[in-house]
Design a protein around this ligand. Structure first.
Ligand SMILES: N=C(N)NCCCC(=O)O
Ligand SMILES: [Zn+2]
Ligand SMILES: [Zn+2]
Length: 328
């Protein structure tokens, strides 16, 4: 069957859904070419990490990346909200999955870091599809090797700055504490967005604040509105290299039932997408969307939200790549 639609020397785009039904053929992200189909070089590499050994409640995020790819068949090549055709502005390709050991978290963390090092060394920015939130740590390590300590915007119901679970240091509730300890985050530009729900104690918040995080709760988003929130975040980030990590449980369970640790009172998918669009001028060096667990999903509600989230992030990166080329 027809694979990627190729412009003569521009980026290779997605399969044309007016010629090949969008439900036909293998599901790469947005029906984009695989990395090996574009000579192994991409400006943005979409990569899956099927790993969920770090979860504290429902398992199943190991299937998240492929669920997002399936749902992403319906994405279209022009993004009106950002007035951009992300797959024409830069080469975006699907780099497949990182094969992380499900029986050894420490080894899996090392594997993810090494695979990320390879992709970043090839010049790509990464759009990672989880997997549970454990994987943000090795991804941040790799990004920091390239850019130095990065600003972090963390969209999540949870803080994920807890210390250990059952004595384990690498879990989906602890990646950002480890990252602060390791000095790979720019502690003057760290924000959680969408935080809510019960905690273990007030100390969780005290510790988090000491690490340098600011918090925009999901109730703040509702009260203050997306434009004001995005403005405030943009000011805090400035022109620092930015990593955005999105735990899909930042959305209300009505918008994302397919996740492992759902919390009531979350953001709508509209709010999340609008805040991201408001950050389009930030220097986004890589991003992840994690914690999609399709076994608890219904009618692909969660996977569709995650695919659109990854699409906005990819658009931000593609626009910046195109703009920096023009400036060269
Ligand atoms: N979903 C993520 N990443 N973390 C949730 C941890 C919540 C807990 O176990 O208390
Ligand atoms: Zn979470
Ligand atoms: Zn999380």
């Amino acid at each position: 069957m027809t694979t990627a639609a190729s412009a003569s020397n521009g980026p290779v785009g997605p399969v044309d859904s007016s010629r090949v039904p969008r439900y036909a053929g293998p599901a790469t992200f947005a029906r984009l070419p695989r990395l090996d189909e574009v000579g192994g070089r991409a400006d943005v590499a979409v990569v899956g990490v099927p790993f969920d050994t770090g979860v504290s409640y429902r398992p199943g995020a190991r299937f998240g990346g492929n669920a997002i790819r399936e749902a992403s068949r319906l994405l279209r090549p022009y993004n009106p909200a950002q007035d951009a055709s992300p797959f024409a502005l830069a080469q975006v390709a699907d780099a497949g999955d990182i094969a992380a050991n499900p029986f050894n978290i420490n080894e899996a963390v090392e594997t993810v870091e090494a695979a990320a090092d390879d992709l970043l060394a090839g010049g790509a920015r990464m759009m990672t599809l989880g997997g549970d939130h454990t994987i943000a740590l090795p991804l941040l390590r790799s990004v920091a090797k390239k850019h130095g300590p990065v600003a972090l915007l963390h969209f999540d119901a949870h803080l994920d700055t807890w210390d250990t679970y059952f004595g384990a240091e690498y879990t989906h509730g602890t990646p950002f504490r480890r990252a602060v300890e390791e000095g790979i985050l720019d502690t003057s530009a760290l924000s959680h967005v969408g935080t809510r729900g019960p905690l273990y104690g007030k100390k969780d918040l005290d510790d988090d604040e000491k690490m340098g995080f600011g918090i925009v709760t999901s109730a703040d988003v509702m009260r203050r509105g997306v434009d004001e929130v995005a403005d405030q975040l943009r000011q805090r980030i400035g022109d620092r290299p930015l990593y955005i990590s999105i735990d899909i449980d930042v959305l209300d369970p009505a918008h994302a039932p397919g996740t492992g640790t759902p919390e009531a009172g979350g953001m709508t998918s509209r709010e999340l997408l609008e805040i991201l669009r408001g950050l389009a001028s930030c220097n986004l060096v890589s991003a992840d969307v994690v914690e999609v667990a399709p076994a608890y999903d219904h009618a692909e509600i969660t996977a569709v939200a995650a695919s659109h989230t990854a699409y906005e992030l990819t658009t931000i990166m593609s626009r910046q790549i195109a703009a920096s080329r023009q400036g060269e």
